[in-house]
Design a protein around this ligand. Structure first.
Ligand code: PEP
Length: 251
């Protein structure tokens, strides 16, 4: 683990109605309050419909709340979309951008992700910008080229370690139960760190999260890899005990 304070972020995706979501977030806030300073930051990103309720039940705790996407425009005729300022207005502090499910389901390009990141930063949100290769790209030996390409275009000029977190999420490891090996994770995180240091004066301070089937049984090993500064957790963030064990592994 690097000297950077780790971040453990939960991506709830399109899961939880109010009762379950509020119970899960309340349970997490209670555990965080009981523990005191954990040595890491905690973020949960519920569906936008739940942000307001969850900000209320986590208020005053160490748990921050974020969105899972935002539009690049500040406001206007974009039916069904949510502006970054609207997330902030509900009390969200972060937003996940460029998740592979959005890149796949909504054909989001890295250029679009960059525009969204600029809008989010302008609205005062911290971005969690996701990059990662498909299985086919890895098999072709293109992992670093793909990740560096996504990084170069998705992360806007002017980003800082304060307003931007990078999440390396190999697409083939998301929701599949398959996890990248520590060697694979180390190689990609080192490459991301090198690129960040070239582009940004504070590039050595950006948090680089690993995501892709992180669970209690593998979290400690993954978090021990150089330049892994926390985790972006999908499925396991929906189970309080599992998510808490992951948090404790990162702290
Ligand atoms: C994710 O959705 O970002 C993710 C990493 O999912 P999972 O942990 O379920 O693989």
């Amino acid at each position: 683990m690097s000297q950077i304070r780790p971040l453990v972020a939960g991506n709830w995706k399109m899961n939880c109605l109010r009762t379950d979501g509020v119970a899960l977030a309340s349970g997490l806030a209670e555990k965080a309050n009981a523990k005191g300073d954990l040595g890491c930051d905690i973020l949960i990103c519920p569906p936008s419909t739940l942000i307001s309720d969850i900000v209320t039940v986590t208020d005053g705790s160490a748990v921050s709340v974020g969105g899972q996407d935002c539009h690049f425009a500040a406001s206007g005729a974009h039916t069904g979309d949510v502006a970054a300022s609207m997330l902030g207005d509900l009390g969200a502090s972060h937003v996940i951008l460029g998740h592979s499910e959005r890149r796949a389901d909504h054909a989001e390009s890295s250029t679009l992700v960059r525009l969204k990141a600029m809008a989010a930063h302008k609205a005062g949100l911290q971005t969690v910008i996701c990059v990662g290769e498909t299985e086919q790209e890895r098999d072709l030996g293109a992992t670093l080229a793909v990740v560096n390409g996504q990084l170069a275009v998705s992360v806007p000029e002017g980003s800082t370690a304060q307003n931007t977190v990078i999440a390396y999420e190999p697409v083939w490891a998301i929701g599949t139960g398959r996890t990248a090996s520590v060697t694979e994770v180390a190689e990609v995180h080192a490459a991301i760190r090198a690129e960040l240091k070239i582009r940004f004066t504070d590039g050595d301070g950006f948090r680089i999260l690993y995501g892709g089937s992180v669970k209690p049984s593998n979290a400690r090993e993954l978090m021990a890899v150089k330049d892994v500064d926390g985790a972006l957790v999908g499925g396991a963030s929906l189970k309080l005990d599992d998510f808490w064990q992951i948090i404790e592994s990162c702290a």
